[in-house]
Design a protein around this ligand. Structure first.
Ligand code: ADP
Ligand code: ZN
Length: 218
C-alpha cells in the first residue's frame, strides 16, 4: 500500500496515518515528526529547520526533498508507506514522481481530508502533546484526565510552538497558497479521493472510508 495523505494542518492526517499503521504493515512517514525529532536532538537538519517550524513556514524544498530521497530508500518502505505531510508544494510533488519512477514504484492513491477552517483552528489551538510519549490530547475535544500530565505515562503535556493561534492562522495561509494546488496536480495525474474528515455526524470511521476509497482491506 502506497498512499499520500493530503489535507490542511489539523485535518487529522497524523491520526489517520497512525490508525492505518496499526492495522496494516506500512511505514508511516510524517515529515513534521521527522523535523521535530531533529529539532529536539539538535542535529544539523534540526538546526536548519527550527526557525521554519516555529514560525509555521515551510522548510525549503531542497532540504525536504533531499531528506525524503533518503527516507524512501530505507528498507522499511518496501512494505509500503503512507506519506503524511509530504509533498506540500508542487516542486516537492514533481520530485516525488521522479523518486518513485527511479524506485519503480506506483502510488495506490492520493487521499484528501476535507475539514472546515474553524474546526481546524479549534483542533490545532486546543492540541496538547505529551513531551515524553507523544500522546495527543485536545483541550476542547479530548482533554487529559490528569490535566497537564499525560494519562498514559505521566509526562508533561505541552502546546507545540506552532499550535499557538496566530501561527495556526499563518500555517493555514501557507496551506491554501502552496499546498492546495496539489489537489489539481493529483486530480489530473492520479485518482484523488476526497474524504469528509469532520468527526461529527459520521456514519463510518475515517479509516473505513479510506479503505473503500483506495480499495484496500485486511
Ligand atoms: P501540520 O500538518 O499540522 O501543519 P506537520 O507536523 O505536518 O504539521 O508539520 C509541521 C511543520 O514542519 C510545518 O509547518 C513545516 O514547517 C514543516 N514541514 C513538514 N512537512 C513539510 C514539507 N513537506 N515541506 C516543508 N515543510 C514541512
Ligand atoms: Zn505520555
Amino acid at each position: 500500500m502506497r498512499i499520500i495523505l493530503l489535507g490542511s494542518p489539523g485535518a487529522g492526517k497524523g491520526t489517520l496515518a497512525a490508525e492505518i499503521e496499526r492495522k496494516y504493515p506500512v511505514a508511516h512517514i510524517s515529515t513534521g515528526d521527522i523535523f521535530r525529532e531533529n529539532v529536539k536532538n539538535n542535529t544539523p537538519l534540526g538546526l536548519e529547520a527550527r526557525a521554519f517550524l516555529d514560525s509555521g513556514r515551510l522548510v525549503p524544498d531542497d532540504i525536504v526533498i533531499a531528506m525524503m530521497e533518503d527516507r524512501l530508500r530505507e528498507p522499511d518502505c518496501e512494505k509500503g508507506f503512507i506519506l503524511d505531510g509530504f509533498p506540500r508544494t508542487v516542486p516537492q510533488a514533481e520530485a516525488l514522481e521522479k523518486i518513485l519512477e527511479e524506485l519503480d514504484l506506483k502510488l495506490d492513491g492520493v487521499v484528501l481530508l476535507d475539514v472546515d477552517e474553524e474546526t481546524v483552528v479549534r483542533r490545532l489551538s486546543g492540541r496538547r502533546v505529551c513531551r515524553n510519549c507523544g500522546a495527543i490530547y485536545n483541550l476542547f475535544f479530548r482533554p487529559s484526565s490528569k490535566g497537564d500530565l499525560c494519562e498514559k505515562c505521566g509526562g508533561e503535556v505541552y502546546q507545540r510552538e506552532d499550535d499557538r493561534e496566530e501561527v495556526v492562522r499563518s500555517r493555514l495561509k501557507v496551506f491554501y497558497e502552496q499546498t492546495a494546488p496539489l489537489i489539481d496536480f493529483y486530480g489530473e495525474k492520479h485518482t484523488l479521493s476526497r474524504l469528509a474528515a469532520d468527526r461529527s455526524g459520521r456514519h463510518h470511521s475515517l479509516l473505513e472510508d479510506l479503505e473503500r476509497a483506495v480499495g484496500i482491506s485486511e
